[in-house]
Design a protein around this ligand. Structure first.
Ligand SMILES: *Cc1c(COP(=O)(O)O)cnc(C)c1O
Length: 383
């Protein structure tokens, strides 16, 4: 089959199963409102949980950073790309989270890929929660190690796998808060099982950092667990983008030798590191924002429990409503969009077949009225 034929066939299959993906042009930034085609929608789809993507102090920090350093880093961190702004942010993050070191990456996707690729060797085994993010599972699949997925949040299943013979090292991978379901991992039990086996634990806390735990220190801090490798990302509650790996001195030095995404890729702009330091400051003092978010979650859950849709047992800002079929999910999202609400229909292969959903995300910027209006529209459209 030619390239052209293969591509046409795969696109046709996507259309036939109502799983074709396309993008909309956002004319406004991704705050409380989202403007597309000159129409304003209430935004219930962004991961900007604390509303920091529009925060004036963070915007100013980025501007000032650009004035001081220019707009680009000029190279990989190993060449000219590592500035005082990067160094300062790494120190702040490692102190904040209680690790010896933090290493910055351009994205969470890159951090996960780089870390797993640098660590995993042929005899090793990676044990990952079945619902782990694509960046984790794909990296594990591409690595020379064996990948075994364990049933979602099932510590006994994990323990059974850990106890079966493995010639190399074992790396356990899970998330603090799961991105498509919003539920949390039992990190204490997972960490204990991992430690008993002599393996290492890697936790991706993309959706917990900034939001959960004392002063926003995230899922691990809240559950009093210190994984060997902690991945945090800055595209969600931090409102910016980028990521960091928190680890020991030796692991940081090791990644600086062997993580190809660090060595062969341009470092994030120093001005972005300045913005991230400002975002960290806002997050540390962000109890009021976190408490507004918690109230919003409670208001939504209370109302959504009355809807004829599947509400997941999630206490976080991610509140998926399970619809089931792709076509029905798409048409529900389209009707809500008509009424001025922006929600994304999440379909397989991102989630299991038959569990297509509207992934509602709440932020500290939503008002009670915003949420009540959404609940009313959902009630109307599903009755
Ligand atoms: C968003 C996300 C990532 C990817 O982070 P980016 O910085 O957006 O590349 C990784 N892991 C999880 C769990 C995520 O939700």
């Amino acid at each position: 089959m030619t390239w052209q034929k293969r591509i046409e066939q795969r696109l046709a299959a996507r259309h036939a199963s109502d799983s074709f993906r396309s993008r909309e042009v956002n004319e406004s930034g991704s705050g409380r409102y989202l403007v597309t085609h000159a129409k304003r929608h209430l935004n219930f789809s962004s991961n900007d949980y604390l509303g920091l993507s529009q925060h004036p102090e963070i915007v100013r920090a980025w501007q000032q950073g650009a004035e001081r350093y220019g707009v680009g880093s000029g190279g990989s961190g190993h060449v000219t790309g590592y500035s005082t702004a990067h160094h300062r942010l790494e120190s702040e993050l490692s102190q904040w989270l209680g690790y010896s070191r933090a290493l910055l990456f351009i994205s969470g996707f890159a951090a996960n890929q780089a870390t797993i690729a640098a660590l995993a060797q042929k005899q090793d085994r990676i044990l990952a929660d079945k619902l782990s993010h694509a960046s984790l599972l794909e990296a594990a699949m591409l690595s020379p190690a064996q990948l075994r997925r364990f049933a979602h949040n099932d510590v006994q299943a994990l323990e059974n796998l850990l106890n079966s013979a493995c010639e190399g090292q074992q790396l356990v991978i899970t998330e603090g808060v799961f991105s498509m379901d919003g539920d949390e991992a039992p990190l204490g039990a997972i960490a204990a099982a991992t430690r008993r086996s002599g393996g290492w634990l890697m936790v991706d806390d993309a959706h917990g950092i900034g939001v959960l735990g004392e002063a926003g220190r995230g899922s691990c801090h809240r559950q009093q667990v210190k994984p060997d490798l902690l991945i945090i990302t800055f595209g969600k509650a931090f409102g910016v983008s980028g990521a960091a790996v928190l680890c020991s001195n030796d692991v940081a030095d090791y990644l600086l030798q062997f993580a190809r995404h660090l060595i062969y890729s341009t470092a994030m702009p120093p001005a972005q590191a300045c913005a991230l330091s400002a975002a960290l400051e806002v997050i540390r003092k962000g109890d009021e924002k976190r408490s507004r978010l918690r109230d919003n979650i409670a208001v939504f859950r209370h109302g959504a429990a009355q809807l004829p849709l599947g509400l997941i047992n999630s206490q976080t800002a991610i509140q998926p409503l399970i619809v089931g079929e792709n076509a029905r999910t798409l048409s529900l999202a389209a009707r809500l969009r008509e009424r001025g609400f922006w929600l994304t229909a999440i379909r397989p292969p991102t989630v299991p077949t038959g569990s297509a959903r509207l992934r509602v995300t709440l932020t500290a910027e939503h008002t009670r009225e915003d949420i009540e209006a959404l609940l009313e529209a959902l009630d109307d459209e599903t009755r």
